[in-house]
Design a protein around this ligand. Structure first.
Ligand SMILES: [Fe+2]
Ligand SMILES: [Fe+2]
Length: 388
């Protein structure tokens, strides 16, 4: 078994290699007490590239403001038409006995779901709940950031409303998990505090070309992942949780449409610039937003969570290649014209990448099959062991 999210496609040798130790290992618990930085974050900072988009290209985004108002903002849902977490949860306004009854029914429904399912759902929930990090990341992007916190530029309007939509995802999953009684909320909350304190550097370099490629990919990844937790909840006997995950997945699909539309427009107005950005992000590999997660105990928590997600089919190496292929198709990259020689090389690289990823993954799977399965304890489920 290889870990989808722990592989690295090196830009130099184009090899798909296990990335087990590449994301920074977190300090052991003893170190957490010693270092002022590592007491609050899971990983010390590493060299980071900033402001890679030439200043004149900010004009591209200025010139697209009307376009964004007409083509991106309509993909937001009016608040009144949006679902809210409370639509799926026991109603605290009921008399206590009735509320308790609803919680009891919820616990009966979740009672049959396996521990490994909860590990993955917790990881997904923590990923959603680190939303301050993602809003920050988007607001680092030159030319599209929210300059005041209440800017009326369509880019800023989108980012705030997108954040507000996303905010419901973590809220709902967290409350549902809390009421299930199946997970250790204290350890989950601690993991989340570390994660938000640590942040992430997906390699987007304040560059909105890179940023929107990243978000296009990520929205699709979350759509796939929540879709799969929905399917497994249904199979495991909890139709309400299935509806919750399915409803969140539908939001992600709409978000993917929006970010994908922005990249599509960039490919139209600046084909080489956009093609190079796609290629750059794929060479770096799309990192998962929560790859620096740490619970204060397991220095390889993200790797272990990813392995369980891969094993139960919530997010796999195949999904990574599928997402890439879907984006290539959606952006019609194979037929893209008007590219410079450098742009064409980027096009060839990206369009030939998915089969190579699959082939390397097949080999990794073969190797993994020969390894003994082993168990890992997860603090999120009271240190119970789950097989990787
Ligand atoms: Fe989300
Ligand atoms: Fe989303």
């Amino acid at each position: 078994m290889q870990f989808t999210n722990t592989h690295c496609l090196s830009s130099r040798n184009l090899s798909w290699t296990p990335r087990v130790h590449r994301h920074r290992l977190h300090p052991p618990t003893s170190a957490v007490r010693l270092s002022p930085i590592s007491a609050v974050v899971a990983a010390p900072p590493k060299p980071q590239k900033t402001h890679s988009m030439p200043a004149e290209k900010q004009q591209v985004f200025k010139s697209l403001e009307n376009w964004a108002t007409e083509n991106v903002l309509p993909l937001l849902k009016p608040v009144k038409e949006c679902w809210q977490p409370q639509n799926f949860l026991p109603d605290p306004a009921l008399p206590l006995e009735e509320f308790n009854e609803q919680v009891k029914v919820l616990r009966e429904r979740t009672g049959e779901l396996p521990d490994e399912y909860f590990v993955v759902l917790v990881g997904d929930m923590i990923t959603e709940d680190a939303l301050p990090t993602y809003q920050t990341m988007i607001n680092t992007l030159d030319g599209v950031r929210d300059e005041t916190g209440a800017s009326l530029s369509p880019w800023a309007l989108w980012t705030r409303a997108w954040t507000a939509e996303e905010n419901r995802h973590g809220d709902l999953l967290r409350t549902y998990l809390y009421l299930s009684g199946r997970v250790d909320m204290l350890m989950i909350e601690r993991t989340l505090q570390y994660l938000i304190g640590t942040g992430m550097d997906p390699g987007t370099e304040n560059n909105p070309y890179l940023g929107f490629v990243y978000t296009s990919f990520q929205e699709r990844a979350t759509f796939v992942s929540h879709g799969n937790t929905a399917r497994l909840a249904k199979e495991g006997g909890d139709p309400v949780l299935a509806r919750i995950c399915g409803t969140i997945a539908a939001d992600e699909k709409r978000h993917e449409l929006a970010y994908g539309r922005i990249v599509e427009k960039l490919l139209e107005v600046d084909p080489t610039g956009a093609m190079l950005a796609i290629s750059d992000m794929m060479k770096k590999r799309i990192t998962m937003p929560a790859h620096l997660m740490f619970d204060g105990q397991d220095p390889r928590l993200f790797e272990h969570f990813s392995a369980v997600a891969q094993r139960i089919g919530v997010y796999t190496a195949d999904d990574y290649a599928d997402i890439l292929e879907a984006l290539i198709q959606r952006w019609r990259l194979e037929k893209l014209e008007g590219l410079t020689a450098e742009g064409r090389r980027a096009q060839d690289f990206v369009c030939g990448l998915a089969p190579r990823i699959r082939k390397l993954q097949e080999r990794a799977d073969e190797r993994a099959k020969k390894m003994e399965p082993h168990g890992v304890k997860f603090s999120w489920i009271f240190n119970k062991e789950v097989t990787l």
